[in-house]
Design a protein around this ligand. Structure first.
Ligand code: RBF
Length: 161
């Protein structure tokens, strides 16, 4: 989780392997698109900074975070990617939907990782309010998309060694 001590866009680039030749799936939820699109843009920019090419970054959209599980499963099964970045943003409201969506999505993505084939990176922001989302999508705590991209590259490299 981002804290005052963990800036999501700060990382040591020298520890990141080249992403050249790696193939990425990016699944983006359209709910709260102001935040999710910013995360997706940051993720894609970071992948490219490390050598990934446009044709090796497959971007697909789903309506909401709950659909990230299906979207990521499709990427794993059908898109021949080396890693999937699942991007969503759930913001607490008046009803218990927040807990159900966060729990269902998190568990679904975790189960995909248990297959042990294609790493699925957890780009789900679970925020109490808009300010928390803003801070983590290009605000004072950086951009979660950047962190996800670096994690995806490192996890593909993990499989190779
Ligand atoms: N999806 C999100 O990605 N973020 C949200 O904050 C969010 N809030 C929702 C609130 C309610 C009351 C409902 C019914 C859905 C919400 N969804 C949200 C959409 C959800 O992930 C999923 O797309 C839909 O429930 C499918 O019909």
């Amino acid at each position: 989780m981002a804290t005052a001590y963990h800036h999501l866009s700060d990382y040591d680039a020298s520890t990141v392997p080249t992403a050249s030749g790696m193939r990425f799936g990016v699944v983006v939820a359209d709910w709260n698109d102001r935040f999710t699109y910013s995360m997706a843009d940051a993720a894609i920019a970071t992948l490219k900074e490390h050598g990934a090419t446009d044709e090796n970054i497959i971007v697909k959209h789903v309506p909401g975070s709950f659909e990230l599980v299906f979207g990521a499963t499709w990427m794993v099964n059908e898109a021949k990617v080396d890693a999937v970045i699942a991007i969503g943003c759930v913001i607490r409201g008046d009803t218990p939907h927040f807990d159900y969506i966060c729990q269902g999505t998190t568990q679904g993505l975790a189960e995909l990782n248990l297959r042990g084939t294609v790493p699925v990176i957890y780009g789900l922001l679970t925020c109490n309010n808009m300010e928390q989302a803003e801070a983590r999508t290009g605000g004072i705590l950086g951009n979660k998309g950047t962190e996800c991209a670096v994690t995806a590259i490192k996890m593909i490299d993990y499989k190779r060694h």
